[in-house]
Design a protein around this ligand. Structure first.
Ligand code: GUN
Length: 285
C-alpha cells in the first residue's frame, strides 16, 4: 500500500476558517487585521503570488493593500514607503515580494520593516528570536511545514529529522523549528557528499532544494514523513516537487506520509502568512 497523502488544501481550509473567525472578532473590536504587500517590478510569477496573497486576505476578512511600483523605483523611495506603513495603525503586516530589482538591497528592505510587522519573519531580529527560542513571527513556509507534520499526529520528540536545503527562508528556519520540537536535526545541502546516508535513517525529511528528483525511493525509510517544498516543472511542463513522488510514495508504504505537489506545502505558505498577520494584529501594543 502506498503512503497516505498529507492534504495541505484541507488543512489550509480548516486553518483559514479559524483565522477568519478570529479576524472577525478582532474587526468587531475595531482592530481588523491589515496586510500591506509591495511588489516592485513586473516579474509575472511574483505578480501571481502577490495577487493570491491579497485574495486570501480578502477571503479571511482582512484589510489588505497592494502597492505596485515600476522596476526603476529608487531604493530610498521604497524605504520611505515602508516607513509610512510602519507608522500606519491599520497595517499589522508588511511584505515586500522578493526578489526585488538588482539596484535595491533586499537586506536593507527587510530590516526597514518594523519587527512587529515582519510577517515574512525574514529579519535578523525574527531569525534571532527563532534561534533563541523566543516568541516571534516565523517564516511562513517552514511554519506551514510544521503544521503539516503536526497534522499527521507523528510526535517529533526524539525523532530523526533531515532538512535538505539551507536557505534563509526555508532550510535554516525549518531546522530551528524542528529542533524546537525536540527532533534530532541534520541539515544536508549541495556540499553534503552522501545525502542518502542521512535520509535513509530519517523519520521526517523536509526537501527544499528547488530541483526535481532530489529525493528518490532508495533514499527513504518505510514509514517516514516526507514534506516536499519544491515547485518545479517536469518534462511535460506539469508542476512537480523535489521528490520522485510516485516511486517514493510506494517505497514509504502505508505507514508513511507524503505531501503532494500541488496541494501540499503550497497552500500552507499563504495560510501561515495570514496566521502571522493575525498574530501581529492580536498583539496589543
Ligand atoms: N518570494 C517568494 N516567496 C516569498 C515569500 O515568502 N515572501 C516574500 N516576501 N517574497 C517571496
Amino acid at each position: 500500500m502506498p503512503a497516505q497523502l498529507i492534504d495541505g488544501v484541507a488543512l489550509s481550509k480548516s486553518l483559514r476558517a479559524e483565522i477568519g473567525a478570529r479576524a472577525a472578532a478582532l474587526a468587531g473590536a475595531g482592530r481588523r487585521p491589515g496586510l500591506a504587500v509591495i511588489l516592485v517590478g513586473d516579474d509575472p510569477a511574483s505578480a501571481v503570488y502577490v495577487r493570491n496573497k491579497v485574495k486570501a486576505c480578502e477571503e479571511c476578512g482582512f484589510h489588505s493593500v497592494l502597492e505596485k511600483y515600476e522596476a526603476t523605483l529608487p531604493e530610498a523611495d521604497l524605504l520611505a514607503r515602508i516607513a509610512a506603513l510602519n507608522a500606519d495603525p491599520a497595517i499589522h503586516g508588511i511584505l515586500v515580494q522578493m526578489p526585488v530589482p538588482r539596484h535595491i538591497d533586499p537586506h536593507k528592505v527587510i530590516e526597514a520593516i518594523a519587527t512587529a510587522k515582519d510577517v515574512d519573519g525574514f529579519s535578523v531580529h525574527s531569525a534571532g528570536s527563532l534561534m533563541s527560542g523566543l516568541p516571534g513571527l516565523r517564516p511562513a513556509t517552514p511554519y506551514g511545514c510544521m503544521k503539516l507534520i503536526e497534522s499527521t499526529g507523528v510526535a517529533l520528540k526524539g525523532k530523526r529529522a533531515v532538512v535538505i536545503g539551507r536557505s534563509n527562508t526555508v532550510g535554516k528556519p525549518m531546522a530551528m523549528l524542528l529542533l524546537q520540537a525536540n527532533a534530532t536535526v541534520t541539515v544536508c545541502h549541495s556540499a553534503t557528499p552522501d545525502i542518502a546516508a542521512h535520509t535513509r535513517h530519517a523519520d521526517v525529511v523536509v526537501v527544499a532544494v528547488g530541483r526535481r528528483n532530489t529525493l528518490t525511493a532508495d533514499m527513504v525509510k518505510p514509514g517516514a514523513v516526507i514534506i516536499d517544498v519544491g515547485m518545479n516543472r517536469d518534462d511535460e511542463g506539469k508542476l512537480c516537487g523535489d521528490v520522485d513522488f510516485p516511486a517514493l510514495r510506494e517505497a514509504l508504504g502505508d505507514s508513511g506520509r507524503i505531501t503532494p505537489v500541488p496541494g501540499g506545502v503550497g497552500p500552507m505558505t499563504i495560510t501561515m502568512l495570514l496566521a502571522n498577520t493575525l498574530q501581529a494584529a492580536e498583539v496589543v501594543r
